[in-house]
Design a protein around this ligand. Sequence first.
Ligand code: ZN
Length: 189
Amino acid sequence: MKRHFLLAAALIIALAAFSYKTMFISWSLEEFAQYRERLETLTGQQATDTTYTVFIADSVSEFYSLSGFPYWVLAGVRGNVIFLQPPTLHKNLIRTLAHELTHLSLKQYKLPYWLEEGLVCIVTNEWQGITLERLKNIQEIDPAELDYFQYQKYCYTAWIEASLLYSKIGFERIIETVSSTEELTLWSY
Ligand SMILES: [Zn+2]
């Protein structure tokens, strides 16, 4: 009995250490309208109205503990859940959430990570007007091994490569020809 009590007490303390909030979002929210339109134009398909859970961390360290993503990541997806850094850290919260929603919409196609990230950035248009160094052989880079600055270049390069591919062959043919046979990635950011 005593052991159970201690276990319960430990559990309560562990839960109390977290102070994240939970929110539910979907493409049907008006705030996402312009991104939804861009996604539908890109894929030629209607976005689904699936509701997704967002965990909003109360601190950077809580974000790290909850999600397991690097502390410098603003938001990320694991399974069907979105993990978000504290809202005060976001310059454009709606765009960040639209970015993650787009990942969730595109993951059904099981694309290589760089290509999914590049297509997401076409929808969010977040690299427009920015110039960074482009990385070579992006297909061979493991994004999990990059630091913040390298990851920025990775996403920028992915956006350019995906835009070129999209303008050349279109979304349907990307899906037909480029779908990955690699192990499915269960996370993205
Ligand atoms: Zn991303």
